[in-house]
Design a protein around this ligand. Structure first.
Ligand code: ZN
Length: 397
């Protein structure tokens, strides 16, 4: 009994993997021995996975071998040659279902294995989901347009050098210097590289974002490390991702003669895609001002002067001075005058209240107190809580 127990402990300790396999590893059992061999040549670290896979299958294989021997002894007609199952032998739907379970780094690894797997692993439908999950909240239509413009510029540049007119600028120039055959082969290779960098696929966009090679427009809450002058605001910026720190670098457009401000270490929760699709210099024409009632949550465009871009600021609708706030008697919603409250500022602060006329509001203010522009009501609870997570610990003077 004791011998069995000691044997069990020894077996248990030395046959378990060092760390748990990734969730998708169980799906990989269908991979053939040859597949693992090829993969481990490309990625030596994959050998660990292969070894654990082979170890766990060893017992099963022995059982299969035994049964094969038995049957061949008893029946001379049994076929002894069997083909190893291969991932690519699976029906497309099954293979796609397996690939759908993989995370982007694993999908990229699979794309390196063979041409067939590359085509499937880089499919738009697989990457659309990853794009949406990781980047959907901060990549808006402005960033999308910026990417398309970037791709178009890359293609134009390629066409100018390689395709324009009768062979393009580079072709014309180099063909005078080199023999045609030599030039032609190097030109084709170069062209493939250019095509890679001007690829408009989703995976290419994903890769450009992940590697920080693409600066994209989005908005940053509490800009410049929560500078007191920007608490409870959200400003446009150009952003670049740093995968090592999982944060972003931000560059804010210039405010008049003030130098371009930049900030590093911006975290994901401080970012969002612009809520409206217009330039930070454009005034938003407010809609549904007539619907606003006390306690409604809003964000409003504000700028220090007319040369500066707008930022968005969080506020709530307040009661008129003539109203005591008793909801039974409150008629504030019937008045043309609309009170905007910014409760992050102390009572008495000139930034605490602003009154506008809801019937004809466009932009209101002056060079001293800044200009209050378009107003957007916040309907979504998630939008409201996104703002409120930045509420300052202390009231602002
Ligand atoms: Zn009221």
């Amino acid at each position: 009994m004791l011998i069995y127990f000691v044997t069990f402990i020894f077996f248990y300790k030395y046959t378990l993997p060092i760390k748990p396999l990734p969730s998708w590893a169980s799906k990989m059992r269908l991979l053939s021995f040859y597949f693992w061999e090829n993969l481990s040549i490309l990625f030596p670290s994959i050998k660990f996975l292969k070894n654990t896979q082979m170890t766990s299958n060893m017992t099963k294989k022995k059982k299969v071998n035994k049964s094969t021997t038995y049957s061949s002894e008893n029946s001379k007609t049994t076929t002894t040659t069997t083909k190893n199952p291969c991932l690519l032998d699976l029906p497309d739907l099954v293979l796609e279902t397996i690939l759908e379970k993989l995370e982007p780094p694993d999908l990229s690894t699979m794309a390196c294995v063979s041409t067939s797997l590359k085509d499937i692993s880089l499919s738009e439908f697989l990457w659309k989901r990853h794009m949406k999950e990781k980047w959907g909240r901060i990549i808006g239509s402005a960033a999308q347009r910026e990417w398309e413009s970037h791709i178009a510029t890359q293609k134009e540049s390629r066409n100018y050098f390689f395709d324009g007119g009768e062979g393009g600028f580079l072709v014309k120039y180099l063909s005078k210097l080199m023999p045609v055959v030599v030039f032609k082969s190097s030109f084709n290779g170069k062209r493939n590289q250019m095509e890679l960098s001007s690829d408009s696929s989703i995976v290419s966009f994903y890769r450009a974002l992940e590697t920080g090679k693409f600066w994209f427009p989005a908005q940053v809450f509490n800009r410049e490390n929560g500078h007191v002058g920007f608490i409870m605001s959200c400003y446009d910026a150009e952003l670049c991702y740093d995968s090592h720190t999982d944060t972003f670098e931000a560059r804010y457009p210039p405010h008049g003669t003030r130098a371009i401000a930049s900030e590093s270490g911006v975290t994901w929760e401080r970012l969002r895609a612009a809520p409206v699709d217009n330039s930070p210099h454009d005034l938003l024409i407010s809609i549904s001002l007539n619907d606003l009632r006390p306690k409604d949550h809003i964000e409003i465009q504000w700028r220090r002067n007319k040369q500066f871009p707008y930022g968005w600021w969080y506020g709530v609708i307040g009661h008129l001075e003539s109203c005591d706030g008793n909801t039974t008697y409150c008629q504030c919603h019937t008045s043309n005058m609309l009170v905007l409250e910014f409760k992050q500022y102390a009572p008495g602060s000139r930034w605490r209240h602003m009154t506008i006329n809801r019937r004809d509001h466009r932009e209101e203010g002056n060079e001293t107190e800044g200009f209050y522009g378009g107003i957007k009501k916040l309907y979504d609870k998630d939008d409201i809580s996104m703002w409120q997570q930045f509420w300052p610990a202390g009231i602002l003077e």
